[in-house]
Design a protein around this ligand. Structure first.
Ligand SMILES: C[S@@+](CC[C@H](N)C(=O)[O-])C[C@H]1O[C@@H](n2cnc3c(N)ncnc32)[C@H](O)[C@@H]1O
Length: 254
């Protein structure tokens, strides 16, 4: 982050500031002041999408602190509305929600952390934590690009692993399976087919349970294990369907 601020400031200083010193006096347009401005924008500005388009620092609304469970700001036309998620007594501090951010994001953007943050997550970077290696590197890259969609570059993509497995299981498993491919005949035509073995395992667990305890040969402990496996597989299957639907929607929207 610091490096990107350094680079941005150098580009401005060598370009715009150097060309127009009468508009950008060197005494005011220092790196220190630039960093102050960047911190103000990062911690107080509100944008209406992930890219931070149409950023604004809305007066008064920027006094509101973050609390999990409060509501995020809503944009209506040219205005910004902060809705209360509960009744506030006179004098009580009102909160908004800065969005489901992990502690690393909260720390770098706002300078604070939340103990036991329900939105805590780790980020796995392709090319750093997960490597696309031979054999079949080109096929793996193609499958990953299909899984990530939206023109994401497979060599630099980032996977977010949040506390709620539903948010990532459906994508992480096929990605890891794609990276683990070793033989040409294992390469599926469609990357989403890499989820299929889960369905087979679910059917297998159900069949074994149907034959088993208490009448058949498996113990109560094994039966419990199978039940857990089934609910886990069902949860996963549900997550996979949701991810596939989202991908299809994104594709349909071009
Ligand atoms: C948009 S401003 C909120 C108003 C700010 N507290 C003020 O005094 O002007 C965001 C900043 O408030 C602080 N902040 C907001 N929510 C917080 C929280 N839950 N715990 C600690 N600091 C928080 C952080 O310093 C953050 O960068």
């Amino acid at each position: 982050m610091r490096r990107s601020f350094d680079e941005e400031f150098s580009a401005l200083a060598e370009g715009m500031f150097a060309r127009r010193p009468e508009d950008f006096p060197p005494g005011a347009f220092t790196f220190e002041n630039f960093m102050w401005g960047a911190a103000i924008v990062s911690s107080r500005a509100y944008g209406d999408d992930e890219d931070g388009s149409f950023l604004a620092v809305p007066p008064l609304v920027d006094f509101l602190n973050h609390q999990a469970g409060a509501l995020q700001l809503t944009r209506f036309g040219n205005g910004i509305v902060a809705y209360a998620h509960k009744h506030y007594d006179k004098g009580e501090e009102a909160f908004i929600n800065y969005g489901g951010k992990a502690n690393a994001q909260l720390l770098s953007q706002y300078g604070f952390l939340i103990d036991g943050n329900a939105d805590e997550a780790v980020f796995l970077r392709l090319g750093e934590h997960l490597l696309i290696e031979e054999p079949l590197a080109d096929q793996k890259r193609g499958l990953l690009e299909q899984l990530f969609g939206d023109g994401v570059d497979a060599d630099t993509a980032i996977l977010k692993l949040a506390r709620r497995p539903r948010e990532w299981l459906g994508l992480l498993l096929p990605v890891v399976r794609a990276l683990a491919l070793t033989a040409e005949d294992e390469v599926p035509e469609n990357a989403w087919d890499l989820q299929a073995p889960q369905q087979a395992r679910l059917e297998d667990a159900k069949a074994r349970l149907a034959e088993g305890w208490p009448s058949g040969g498996i113990s109560e402990r094994n039966s419990l294990g199978l039940r857990l496996q089934i609910s886990e597989q069902e949860l996963l299957a549900e997550a996979l369907v949701q991810v596939a639907e989202r991908k299809e929607e994104a594709l349909a929207m071009g």
